[in-house]
Ligand binder design. Structure first.
Ligand SMILES: C[S@@+](CC[C@H](N)C(=O)[O-])C[C@H]1O[C@@H](n2cnc3c(N)ncnc32)[C@H](O)[C@@H]1O
Length: 360
């Protein structure tokens, strides 16, 4: 039976918003009391401390956490199992390593993908087990080992906990995507983009998804529109194999036409001048394909959804400049940028951006 006992201890009082940052900082300073449970009260958290912070530590709290205060607080001694991954990390990792515990992970079907910092190398499996324990639907935890590379945009992974598998079924916006993340590109971080772009299409349009992968733009778009034709092209045979399966399981056969091949060849051979809308989701090198996207568009023009990785302060303006110049060279013109947004930060001071361009 669990017995609860109360005790008084020093606590750091912070707003809930700053909770995670405060726990990491208290842990880094060796002040976090792991035997007492954190208390939530209104918009505040009381984080138990092993002792009153010395002036240097108090100064760190003041600098990093707005309106934080050290108070004396009544706590219940922990008798229950810790619930969150961070709770477990606090319990099982050496204190100085807790702040390095991965803050975010990508959930792809039953697989969790994390970036484990090199300082935690000896604890990789422990990190994996913590994630497995705290995420009910996860069966496998993979650590990224290396960057996304090559034409097919793949990276390598290491299984650090759970079942040894890289294949799964991911659900997004009511669609099912069969995929194997070692063989095909997929990012759940683009979920909002998939929806944003798919919802812009109009009935009776012809769309070319130039770098379709397993179909997250094409299939959702087809599900959202009754009368639409989407040519979904990819050069990776594994991606097209999954795409074909996904077209069937999502009931969009005939609306989405999977095509295996290099987009340059495919457009020249069968899609020239057909598209009302072109999706260009290959941010590393999309600029090199603006000429072929222009060729795919109908002579009177259409909409381009153009993704780019951009560095520096004027990200959106510089992406607009690149695209406008490339379109001019291809004999087209930007009539209007109907949208321009930062999709995500991909490295310090480097962003993935998207431009929706109405092209004439
Ligand atoms: C960044 S992934 C995007 C996949 C998909 N749009 C998504 O959101 O998951 C880019 C895809 O483009 C494909 N690709 C790269 N170069 C290509 C080319 N020249 N022709 C056709 N597909 C290409 C890769 O195989 C990869 O699947």
């Amino acid at each position: 039976m669990n017995r609860k006992t109360a005790t008084e201890a020093y606590a750091l009082k912070v707003s809930k918003k700053q909770g995670e940052k405060a726990i990491r900082l208290a842990s880094r300073l060796g002040l976090l009391d792991k035997h007492l449970g954190i208390i939530k009260e209104g918009d505040f958290l009381f984080i138990p401390l092993v002792q009153k912070p010395i002036p240097r530590q108090a100064e760190e709290f003041r600098k990093s956490l707005v309106d934080s205060k050290t108070v004396v607080q009544k706590f219940t001694v922990r008798t229950h199992q810790p619930k969150t991954a961070l709770d477990l990390a606090v319990k099982s990792l050496p204190s100085h390593l807790v702040p390095l515990f991965p803050r975010s992970l990508d959930l792809i079907g039953e697989i969790a993908v994390v970036e484990v910092p090199s300082e935690l190398n000896n604890y990789r499996n422990l990190v994996g087990e913590i994630i497995l324990k705290t995420h009910k639907n996860v069966r496998t935890v993979l650590a990224k080992s290396g960057a996304v590379k090559g034409v097919r945009r793949l990276r390598q992974y290491e299984v650090i906990a759970g079942q040894h598998k890289t294949g799964t079924v991911h659900k997004e916006h009511g669609c099912k995507f069969f995929l194997d993340i070692e063989k095909v590109y997929f990012s759940p971080r683009l979920s909002y983009e998939h929806l944003r772009v798919a919802s812009q299409a109009k009935e009776k349009e012809t769309v070319v998804d130039m770098f379709a992968g397993v179909g997250p733009f094409s299939i959702l778009m087809a599900k959202m529109h009754k009368d639409i034709k989407i040519y979904a092209v990819d050069v990776n045979p594994d991606a097209v194999r999954f795409l074909e399966k996904n077209v069937i399981v999502n009931g969009v056969l005939g609306k989405v036409v999977p095509i295996l091949g290099d987009i340059r060849k495919v457009v020249k051979e069968r899609l020239r001048g057909t598209a009302d809308r072109v999706i260009m989701n290959l941010p590393e090198t999309a600029i090199e394909y603006v000429d072929i996207a222009s060729e795919a568009l109908k002579p009177e023009g259409g909409v381009l959804h153009y993704y780019e990785f951009t560095k520096g302060p004027d990200t959106l303006d510089s992406a607009k400049k690149h695209l406008a110049e490339a379109l001019n060279e291809a004999g087209r013109k930007v009539h209007e940028f109907s949208a321009a947004r930062i999709v995500r930060e991909v490295a310090p001071f480097e962003w993935q951006v998207v431009l929706d361009a109405i092209v004439k």
